[in-house]
Write a protein that binds this ligand. Sequence first.
Ligand code: PLP
Length: 353
Amino acid sequence: VIDAIADVLRSPHNASSIHASGRAAKSLLEQSRRTIAAHLGCFPAELIFTSCGTEANNMALKGVAAGSIAVTATEHSSVLQCVPAAYKIPVDANGVLKMDALEQWLQHTTAPALVSVMLANNETGVIQPIAEIATLVHRYGGWLHCDAVQAYGKIPVDIGLLRADMISISAHKIGGGQGAGALFIANHLPCAPLLHGGGQEQNRRAGTENLAAIVGFAYATDLTLGMMGQWQANLRRWLNTLEDIACATFPDDNIVFGKDAPRLPNTSLLRIPTLPSETQLIHCDLNHIAASAGSACSSGRITHSHVVEAMLGTGQGGDVLRISGGWHTTQEDIAAVSALWQKLAQKHKHLNQ
Ligand code: PLP
């Protein structure tokens, strides 16, 4: 990926120029679009490159002329902050959207409805039944946007199966480098641009494309999706074992969030009441384990998790620890976390004696 990006940066050209090197840049841009579109199962013309997943989410939610908007209560801040007045669809204790609440809202709302539901949650890894939700939303004449930023590269994101009308993805979640995202917009759906100016991206997103980041995105897509299924199964097994060890080491009242729902292969969110997450984070850091308390997008701040609050109720969102890994995570990395917990449990016992 680094080489693919560096090659473009060594001879930077604008894909909108009509001279030979501009045409070469355009050809790279369109090849990248075809690569990602083929993996998603859409037409290349249905894919708009953006600067990141946040922009793709904003474009989807602000560009469609909807009569009313609903989003899941556990969405990423780039959805929640974008449409703060939207109806928040509640989730159950496992973090799965409550279908009856969505249907009730669809029955009484101003058409056409726009509904935004993430494929997988960034804090818990919980996967939503997108195809089922799409069927319901379409039955009421609405449109479904799906934030697949966290899921892309970890589980299949197939537009034909998911049947969402818009889907957001982001390059840096799959090792593609920062600075590129994309929004799939189905041919039938009118979506106005967020950025106005030149005619790039079929007049749907003005601004010179970040060609190096886009080429890296396509390259990473090929690599990551080519490895699909090779690391995922092992990692989920190791994380399940880690969760079991947490429960055995701290038997009093610990919580594994979303345990009974389908989850991404790479994410575990836990709460161990006897060990504040701040203590765990400090010890993780000292032991070169890069864990986080909830969402890394609010980095630098340890805030209450709105995701956990949506699942368990107000006031419940504190003291969570998220362990996540990827294709590069080894069994030893995961074992290092359980060794750390065992050490902390000993210390804790000692202090309480
Ligand atoms: N949606 C989800 C579920 C995410 O996890 C993130 C980032 O972590 C985003 C959207 C935003 O993507 P980006 O960082 O590319 O703006």
